[in-house]
Structure formats: C-alpha cells, structure tokens
Design a protein around this ligand. Structure first.
Ligand code: PLP
Length: 472
C-alpha cells in the first residue's frame, strides 16, 4: 500500500466509521455467533503475497463484524460502559498515525507534557488534591498493581525489589465487594492471596469500617503487618461506595498505605453534587479512575494519581545506559511511573474529549445518565413483579423479576437468568448479571455516549414483555 492508496482507503474508512455510528442501532447489540464461528473462517496460514486492501476490508465486514459486540450501541447496558466519542476516535486516529513511543520525554516531549497537563486538568475538574500527581496507565488493574507494588516497596524500605521477600507477613484489606483486579494484583505482587482480607460489607454493600479496624487489630496481635487498604468508590456489582474518610482515618491510625479504586464511578466526581463521593481522598496515597469507562474516552485510559511520586518512581526506576538522556533531571520520564517501558500517546484522546465536550458538556451527559437511571428505577419500584436489589448510587440499576406467585429463590434465580439470556439473544439490548448476597441480580448500566430516553423506555418494555412471557 502506498501513500495514495492509504489516502483513498482512509477516506473510505472514515465514511464507514461515520455510517457505523449513524446506523449502529441496526446491529444486534451482543454478537449472536457461536464459539469457533469466526475462527473457522480465518485461514490457518497467513498469505504469502500481499492482498488488496479492498479484499481485507470486505472480510472485515463479512467475517469480523458479525463477531463484534457493539459496545457503543445505545442499548448496551452490560458490565460497565466502555465508551468512546467522536473526539476520542479522532484522537486515536492521530495517535495511531504518529505511532510515537512515549517512554521518555525525549521520545516525544509533547506526549509527556500533555499528559502532565491533562492530569492536572482532571485534578481541577474533580477536586483531587493539588499535592497528588497524575499519570496515565493502561487499565485500573495495572494502576492497582502499581499501588500495591509501591506500598510493598515503601513498607519494606525497597528491600523486596532488592532482595526478594524475606518474612514480611504483609496483609491487604478490601471489601467483600471489591473487584477481581485487586485479587489479581495481590497475586502478581507476590503478597499471597491468603493475605488478602475481604472485609464484610453492610446492607448497602459498602465496607464496614469497624470490621476493618477489627481485622487489622487481629492481624497485628498475631504478628502480621497490615500493608494496604483498598477502598472502592463504585463497586462492580452495585456501585456501592466505601466510606472513604472513615477508612482513611483507620489507615492513618495504623500507618497503612491507602489506595482508592474508583474505576467506574470516579467520573461522577466531575459533578459538584456528587463530589462528596471522594470526601477524604486527601487521606489516600493513591487513587484511580477510568476515563475509558464513563468519560467518553476510548479504551484504554486509566487516570492514576499518587501523593508520593518519589515512592512510585523508586519502585519502578531502571536506568540502563541506552535510556539516559540530557533532560532526565528536568522532565517527567513516564517509563518510571509504571510497569511498561513503551507507552502509547493516550493523553491526546483525553485532551480532545475534554476540549471538545468542555467540562459542562461532560457534566450534562453524566446528569442525563443519572436521570435516565432514576426514571427506570421509579418504574421498577412501582411494578409489583420487579424488585430493586441495591441502592441506586449512580447509573447502575440492580434488579430482578419477582412475580408475586413465585417465592422459591432457586426458581427466581433461574427465571432471571433465562430473562437475560432471552433479551441478549434478541439482539435488542445487552444485559449482564451479578450476585448480591447470593441472589441472582440483573445489572443495567446506563452510561452510553448516545443513549436517549427512548432506549430506556424500550428496554423497560422489553423487560416487562419478556418476563411475562417467561412466566406463562
Ligand atoms: N475496579 C473496578 C471497581 C471495576 O469495576 C473494574 C472493571 O470493571 C476494574 C477495577 C478493572 O478495570 P480495568 O479493565 O481498567 O482493569
């Protein structure tokens, strides 16, 4: 492919992309294919000679697209959203074009300096304390791993990096509702999953501070060393909010590293009326949220903030001769702020999003999502055959179908599982589930970039209709 072919094909692709967004509602939200359907269609060996792009793109449309679940579909209500937006896609196009590898300041000063500036913007936009410094990580999972590794090194006086584990007996604490990325990070950091204490949650699914305090005391009494507490603002199952300040005070009392995971709900701190969710953030050592979930920024992009930049860098720093530059003492070299050496230019799409929407534009969208969720909650609450199963904190509804004539819990679980399966198979909406206190729970996350009231009204109709049919 030469430059002229590239120009021609790129124009066609941009048209296809615009059509895709315009016609996205014509696709089934969830891919309807069976396992191996795609795999079988791709030749077992690569072509020896190059193929015309037209053919490649034709195969993309015929073979790949049917195997795509359309995360940008306004009726995607599954998991948590992974949004994009027009400015974000444009930013990604330029990032792909420049293909700058932004490991150190020298390798693209604009990438390093824009990242620093945009992270500062986020601090101002969300009331994150000025003494935190931000860096973009790929995912929340990675940022949490960075937090645990930093805690581990700081509390071992950087000796585990040096000598490996001795007999530290470190303990980590998170609520029973915490995301699986915490378990994974504990494993990878070598802390041992048996040393992760899952602290009980209250009826609202938030961590109980007294239980945390007790667990810490119990561990201290037998010679264990409390290392890190992880609070969640917006748990994955129900967007419960751990009491950030109370947990932070416990960390201060015992001298424990404090990390806050606000992967999904952190974006809500953009709204002054929701900023209370971060009350006590100044007590934290590290904090993360994902613009790639609810802030209209293409996956991947996690905003990670640390109070002690020196500890972060000391944990990850490595300085071979070939990476030394003249400017090292004057600039941020983000390769030392995390795990990977090579880094994509992620700040560009975030900059595009914030500038194109403006803070108010993002706030308007978030408020709309909160209102739509509230509307649906009211409908569900007043329906005799449906039940809300968790407080509505943001835009995630937890519910189940509970016809008045069925009391048996196993039968209700089964019915709700069938209900989700039926709706997902219809291609009209995509829902996923969780279990809350053992109960099979339907989750509906309303945070899509292009969702409108009509999509929620439609979903409510589908839910009632399909549920009634199931129970007949
Ligand atoms: N933390 C919470 C609370 C989450 O809900 C999720 C994903 O949904 C994660 C962490 C992991 O996010 P990521 O995919 O960015 O690693």
């Amino acid at each position: 492919m030469n430059s002229q072919d590239f120009r021609k094909e790129a124009h066609k692709l941009v048209d296809w992309m615009a059509d895709y967004f315009e016609n996205i509602e014509q696709y089934p939200v969830k891919s309807q294919l069976a396992p191996q359907d795609i795999y079988r269609q791709i030749p077992d060996s690569p072509p020896q000679q190059g193929e015309p792009f037209e053919q490649i793109f034709e195969d993309f449309q015929q073979k790949i697209l049917p195997g795509i679940t359309h995360w940008q579909h306004p009726s995607f209500f599954a998991y948590f959203n992974g949004n994009n937006s027009f400015p974000s896609v444009l930013g990604e196009m330029l990032t792909a074009t420049l293909a700058a590898q932004c490991m150190v300041w020298d390798t693209s000063p604009a990438a390093a300096e824009l990242e620093e500036k945009v992270m500062n913007w986020l601090k101002e936009m969300m009331g994150i304390p000025a003494n935190f410094e931000g860096v973009i990580q790929d995912t929340a999972s990675t940022a949490t791993l960075c937090a645990l590794l930093t805690a581990r090194e700081k509390f071992s006086n950087y000796q585990i990096n040096q000598k490996g584990f001795q007999q530290e007996n470190f303990m980590v604490y998170a609520s029973s509702e915490t995301h699986s990325s915490i378990d994974k990070a504990v494993k990878i950091a070598g802390l041992g999953i048996d040393n992760l204490r899952k602290i009980p949650a209250n009826k609202q699914f938030a961590m109980i501070p007294e239980e945390l305090d007790k667990a810490i005391r119990d561990d201290l009494a037998v010679g264990k060393k409390p290392l890190c507490v992880i609070a969640t603002v917006g748990t994955t199952s129900s967007t419960a909010i751990d009491p950030v300040r109370s947990l932070g005070e416990i960390c201060q009392k015992y001298g424990i590293f404090y990390h806050i995971d606000a992967a999904y709900a952190g974006t809500a701190a953009l709204l002054p009326e929701k900023r209370w969710i971060l009350d006590g953030i100044e007590l934290a050592d590290t904090y993360l949220f994902n613009p790639h979930k609810w802030m209209f920024t293409n996956f991947d992009c996690t905003a990670y903030f640390v109070k002690d930049k020196k500890a972060l860098i000391r944990t990850f720093e490595i300085l071979p001769e070939y990476l030394k530059t003249q400017s090292d003492a004057l600039v941020n070299n983000y390769r030392d702020w995390g795990i990977q050496l090579g880094r994509r230019f992620r700040a560009l799409k975030l900059w595009f999003v914030i500038r194109s929407f403006g803070v108010e534009g993002i706030q308007n969208k978030l408020r709309k999502h909160l209102e739509l969720a509230q509307w649906l909650k009211n409908k569900i609450e007043f329906h005799p055959d449906f039940e809300i199963l968790a407080p509505l904190e943001f835009n995630l509804l937890c519910l189940r179908y509970k016809p008045q004539d069925i009391q048996d819990e196993a039968q209700l679980d089964f019915l709700n599982q069938k209900l989700i399966e039926k709706i997902n198979r219809s291609g009209k909406a995509y829902l996923t589930h969780t279990r809350l206190k053992g109960t099979y729970t339907i989750r509906i996350a309303i945070g899509q970039t292009s969702v409108e009231a009509r999509h929620i009204e439609n979903l409510w109709e589908i839910l009632q209709r399909e549920a009634a049919l199931l129970n007949n």
